[in-house]
Design a binder for this molecule. Structure first.
Ligand code: DSN
Length: 427
């Protein structure tokens, strides 16, 4: 009897379209949107077919609490193989002594490190959210803000660059046990050695969250904190172009505690399909092709910043050293909220974002955060960045004129056809 002869097999083999037309429709529409619009969300990317197919593989069915060779479930031989490959490849990619590939997300990777390095009530020093930091770096609405005493640093008002002097002064004043460095909307390079030196001065540890630039770090195009700090966390789906998920890298001396704090401290069963897909992602990122890709991401961001500045837009910090371009639309009398909506009408997907010292609240903002990881995956290069900058300029300059946005939407659609992505999935 084949699987299709059994009752279970018959039910199991029905397509998504048959079983759930509503979800099938939503997936189809999301695919079409990703194929026909320009994704400039700095935290998004297009994972490869190999990564996506691993995400939807039968590894999803498997429980595997524990770690390779030490599981609380039987039948783990193949997921052990996948997780071991993921660990070894992550270590090789980042030059790390130890890797934990189980965190479901970046926030849970951070949770694993906090639980390892400090106790509830201890002080952490992290970057302020409006200056580019992340919720899990101590925001009052996040677990990190509930469990720990949070002190924040930011950027210098004039240069909009990380203010290491302020960080050092606050470290001296508040004696944090952990300094958290890394950001979601900070476009510039980070001096991890300097942060570690500040921490050394007060006997603190450092956690570097490289969720955003991880792909650039892997390619050697952004400083690698593994050389300097005790704990490094990341996501795997942004510039690293893998499946959705998190990652902790640390010195060997912290390995046992980190593993214990990720599981069972912060999580239960690991998502083995995503861990297997992380292994695929790391394998891809170790290739020469990925290094060329990452170089294009960076070149595209620099060109996008230049082309927008040339058209009169103020770029926060005056430029970028990463995939992120933060545009101050407030100086032109606009809000990020309006800009985001207008650009979406024109087929350009970006997000509103606070800028340093933003007078507007987070749901309005004075900024637009743009990222070049996804468009570089499509194969777009500098000429397309100049074109995109021109479209963004026209949309913002016109105040979101409906006719103009519709005309640009049609042009975006045409350009996307020349740089196809996932189109076959629409058939
Ligand atoms: N909020 C995500 C981002 O877009 O940067 C990171 O968690």
């Amino acid at each position: 009897m084949s699987i299709n002869d059994s009752l279970a097999g018959e039910a199991m083999a029905r397509s998504l379209a048959e079983v759930d037309p509503e979800i099938h429709g939503a997936v189809h529409q999301e695919t079409e949107k990703q194929a026909t619009k320009l994704v400039l969300i700095a935290s998004e990317n297009y994972a490869s077919e190999a990564v996506l197919s691993t995400c939807s593989s039968v590894m999803s069915n498997k429980y595997a609490e524990g770690y390779p060779g030490r599981r609380y479930y039987g039948g783990c031989e193949f997921v052990d193989e996948a997780e071991t490959l993921a660990i070894e490849r992550a270590k090789e990619l980042f030059g790390a002594e130890h890797a934990n590939v189980q965190p479901h997300s970046g926030t849970q990777a951070n949770m694993g490190v906090y639980f390892s390095a400090i106790e509830p009530g201890d002080t952490i020093l992290g970057m302020e959210l409006p200056h580019g930091g992340h919720l899990s770096h101590g925001h009052k609405l996040n677990f990190s803000g509930h469990l720990y005493n949070v002190v924040s640093y930011g950027v210098n008002r004039d240069t909009e660059l990380l203010d290491y002097d302020e960080m050092a002064t606050k470290a001296e004043q508040h004696q944090p046990k952990l300094i958290v460095v890394g950001a979601s909307a900070y476009p510039r390079t980070i001096d991890f050695a300097r942060v570690q030196a500040i921490a050394d001065g007060i006997g603190a540890k450092v956690m570097a969250d490289i969720a955003h630039p991880a792909g650039l770090v892997a390619a050697g195009l952004f400083p690698n904190p593994c050389e300097h700090v005790d704990y490094v966390t990341s996501t795997t789906h942004k510039t690293l172009r893998g499946p959705r998920g998190g990652l902790v890298l640390c010195k060997e001396e912290h390995a046992k505690v980190v593993d214990r704090k990720v599981f069972p401290g912060a999580q239960g069963g690991p998502f083995m399909h995503l861990i297997a897909a992380k292994a695929v992602c790391f394998q891809e990122a170790l290739s020469a092709g990925f290094r060329s890709y990452a170089a294009q991401v960076l070149a595209n961001a620099k060109e996008l910043a230049r082309a927008l500045a040339e058209r009169g837009h103020r770029i926060v910090s005056g430029g970028t050293d990463s995939h992120i371009v933060l545009v101050d639309v407030g100086t032109a009398g606009l809000t990020g909220k309006d800009g985001e909506a207008w650009l979406n009408d024109a087929g350009i997907v970006a997000n509103k974002n606070t800028i340093p010292f933003d007078p507007n609240p987070p749901l309005i903002t004075s900024g637009l955060r743009l990222g070049t990881a996804a468009v570089a995956t499509r194969g777009m290069k500098e000429p397309q960045m100049d074109q995109i900058a021109n479209w963004i300029h026209m949309v913002l300059d016109s105040g979101g004129d409906k006719q103009l946005c519709a005309a640009i939407r049609a042009e975006v659609d045409e350009v996307c056809k020349s740089f196809p992505i996932y189109d076959w999935r629409l058939n």
